[in-house]
Design a protein around this ligand. Structure first.
Ligand code: PAF
Length: 278
């Protein structure tokens, strides 16, 4: 695996591969990699001849009171994990934005509501950095996790609306044995908070069971998913049922729905979601 730090190095390395007709796969990350990220690398490995992963903690997708300064980092550990998962090129940019950087990608539609409302500017920051990475790497396929369900919808919309020639692939959430969705932010959880974080996946599981048993009301499904969060005394940011395809708010499910959850476990904000079909 080669580690590259500048756009020029990326271009020099990837241009011959592209000319040879090799398919390029990209897995953008913010590092502190876990099994969820590695599943994305393996998916890219299966779909491309050259796999590029990027690690960049993107400051413009963090709000002023968020965890940018303490976001966990482990460059050596991440490199070893990526190598093990079959990554060919690690892009660890020295710099991403000029000091007077002033161009952003603003995606409407699926950015509205959920994390889009709670984290103003977040998806604009995500869309901007991913658009830059798409230009730098020019991947044939890019792989993202479904844990960031809204992010995936936002990026699909960006690619469609701006005619990026890249296939977007979403991979299933990878969970700890007890159900907690894997996240770099799980590292923030104290020993007392860790069991309380299970309320997110347990609420979603209960809602999925209720839907299988015939419950169709989005509001009642949301209440079922919310109950364990309140029982565990978590500060709930949102629990919302949306159309799984469009992310539009729903009164009556027409097809598969997604219930998306965000809650604070102590000071740590976690998200999770589950797609369920009537
Ligand atoms: O999902 C993430 O880790 C980030 O939002 C991404 C897509 C790498 C953009 O910074």
């Amino acid at each position: 695996m080669r580690t590259l730090r500048t756009p020029a190095e990326l271009r020099d390395t990837l241009t011959p591969h592209r000319r040879a007709g090799w398919r390029i796969g990209l897995v953008p990350t913010m590092g502190y990699l876990h099994e969820g990220h590695l599943s994305l690398v393996r998916e890219a490995r299966a779909r491309a001849d050259v796999v590029v992963a990027s690690i960049f903690v993107n400051p413009i997708q963090f709000g002023p009171n968020e965890d940018l300064a303490r976001y966990p980092r482990d460059e050596a550990g991440d490199s070893a994990k990526l190598r093990g998962a079959g990554c060919d090129v690690l892009y660890l940019p020295e710099a991403m934005y000029a000091d007077d950087f002033s161009t952003h990608v603003e995606v409407g539609g699926p950015s509205a509501g959920l994390c889009g409302d709670r984290r103003p500017g977040h998806f604009r920051g995500v869309a901007t950095v991913v658009a830059k990475l798409f230009h730098l790497v020019a991947p044939d396929v890019a792989v993202f996790g479904q844990k960031d369900y809204q992010q995936l919808a936002v990026l699909r919309r960006m690619v469609r609306d701006l005619d990026f020639d890249v296939e977007i692939v979403g991979c299933p959430i990878v969970r700890e044995p007890d159900g907690l969705a894997m996240s770099s932010r799980n590292a923030y959880l104290s020993a007392e908070d860790r069991p309380r974080a299970l309320a997110l996946s347990q609420g979603l599981e209960a809602a999925a069971r209720a839907m299988s048993a015939g419950e169709r009301s989005p509001r009642r499904l949301e209440a079922i998913a919310r109950a364990p969060l309140e029982a565990a005394n978590l500060r709930v940011d949102y629990v919302e049922a949306r159309d799984a395809m469009s992310l539009a708010p729903i009164e009556e499910p027409q097809g598969p729905i997604v219930i998306a959850v965000a809650a604070f476990v102590g000071a740590t904000r976690l998200i999770d979601n589950r797609v369920m079909a009537p």
